[in-house]
Ligand binder design. Structure first.
Ligand code: PHE
Length: 465
């Protein structure tokens, strides 16, 4: 019975398609919107160094773990844990992933909506000014509206819902394979323009000359959270995508390639933005609006800027869409496989739920501006709790599962494609990382970053008295 379901499952049709889809999940608003603004808010180069460490030592091993689990079980995030450990509560890890997918989508679709809107604003000429104050005005009126940002968010949901209903290979693979290289080339163009603006050097120094006095534990937590968000790990998206990957694929190699390419895109986005920020006399710690204010100003200082600007926001929309497809695929795979819902029903109901939740994020700058939960608006709350809490916690359990529960021999068999790949050394390094480094590092960073160490110490002191 089970076998039958598995053979009927769709999968990615080629090696290049797999990379494109996994990279399509990783590359998105995380690189172009979030990486620059979080870097700007946390002091620049030193933050980037910590971020790179988080990617290499934590994000990458967790990504590989998810691919291994997904490919081995050929199941969705919950089903995968169920298949490997039917009687233990590990499937809660998958369940938490499904929840994370909803929460991320709630604010991600808000920002994606702003991007979609910007395509039309750029084309229509609303963004023609090289002064950040002017572009800021346009952005502000967009996000503090009600009907306009909601319209764009729901349009985004409609678009991804339609693609997801078309299915895995036809929908996801085709769209991402085509447009990723174009985005890369356009980023290169903007990088060159930004770097040749007079006064750009200060921006480069901000990006590459570290000042370690800026590093605190909450900065490290922000870097760790960004690494999880960026690589799409800690919530089952990579388990789900891993489940569509062929048995002959070299998984460690693929994860390394994806992490490298993804990081390159983030750095390129940083180079597109920061030299311009400084050249235009702007502050780097502008928060979420950085991309929307600076990038139009850069384009407006170059020939054919308007054409390039439209193209840039279109490609960013495509990248965001690829990432959202993988987010949406987590609940969809779960609902269709665990509850036997049709793909259509699962998609429609999921989109509706995300739309309702996401509307609260979108209205965080207007109707709900004064609704503050744990010191944050809905938008910031969804963003913070997913990146800085849920994803890292998910990562701890994924690593512990592979390191301590699944067992060395089985992991080795999956990672070496049943012994066909000779990668013993790599398996050993990887197992050491997931057994010790990943869980310990995340626990320390989480506790310290959330300021929980002192309360915990005093709690135990009280008990011992
Ligand atoms: N990695 C995506 C980005 O950077 C976001 C994402 C997170 C996608 C988690 C899937 C899962 O935009």
């Amino acid at each position: 019975m089970k076998k039958e379901i598995h053979t009927k499952r769709e999968g990615f049709s080629s090696s290049i398609g797999v990379i494109a889809a996994v990279l399509g999940s990783a590359v998105g608003l995380g690189n172009i919107w979030k990486f620059p603004y979080v870097t700007g808010a946390n002091g620049g180069a030193a933050f980037i160094l910590v971020y790179l460490l988080c990617v290499a030592l934590v994000g990458l091993p967790v990504m590989l773990s998810e691919h291994l689990i997904g490919r081995h079980t050929k199941a969705n995030a919950v089903g995968a844990f169920k298949a490997l450990q039917p009687r233990r509560p590990w499937l809660l890890v998958g369940g938490a992933g499904v929840l994370s997918a909803f929460l991320i989508m709630a604010f991600y679709t808000t920002v994606a909506g702003w991007i979609y809107a910007y395509i039309f604003k750029a084309a229509g000429g609303a963004l023609i000014s090289a002064k950040p104050e002017d572009t800021f005005g346009v952005f502000n009126s967009l996000i503090s509206g009600v009907g306009e940002p909601l319209f764009w968010q729901w349009l985004v949901l409609l678009v991804i819902g339609t693609i997801i209903m078309a299915g895995v290979t036809k929908g996801i693979e085709r769209v991402t394979k085509l447009l990723m290289p174009l985005l890369f080339i356009l980023l290169l163009v903007i990088d060159i323009r930004s770097l040749t603006l007079p006064g750009a050097g200060e921006g480069l120094a901000f990006l590459f000359k570290p000042d370690f006095s800026k590093i605190t534990f909450s900065v490290v937590l922000a870097a760790l959270g960004l690494a999880f968000f960026k690589l799409s790990v800690g919530m089952g998206a990579m388990i789900t995508y891993g489940s569509y990957v062929d048995k002959n694929e070299n998984l460690p190699k693929m994860a390394i390639k994806v992490a490298l390419a993804d990081t390159l895109v983030s750095l390129m986005a940083g180079i597109a933005i920061f030299p311009a920020v400084f050249a235009l006399g702007f502050e780097p710690n502008q928060g979420a609006k950085l991309l929307f204010v600076i990038i139009p100003a850069v384009f407006n200082s170059m020939p054919f800027g308007r054409v390039f600007m439209v193209l840039f926001f279109m490609l960013t929309a495509v990248a965001a869409t690829g990432a959202m497809l993988s987010l949406l695929e987590v609940p969809i795979a779960y609902l269709t496989e665990q509850y036997r819902w049709t793909r259509r029903k699962a998609t429609l109901l999921t989109i509706l739920a995300i739309g309702l939740l996401g509307s609260t994020a979108t209205l965080s700058n207007s109707v709900f501006a004064n609704v503050i939960v744990f010191g944050k608006t809905f938008f910031d709350l969804f963003d913070f709790t997913t990146s800085n809490i849920l994803l890292p916690v998910g990562g701890i359990f994924v690593a512990l599962f592979v390191g301590w529960q699944w067992g060395y021999a089985k992991v080795k068999r999956e990672m070496s494609n049943e012994g066909r790949l000779k990668n013993d050394g790599l398996v050993r390094i990887y197992m050491f990382l997931v057994k010790f480094i990943v869980p310990i590092a995340i626990v320390i960073v989480l506790l310290a970053g959330l300021n929980l160490i002192n309360p915990i110490i005093s709690f135990f002191k009280d008990i011992s008295i």
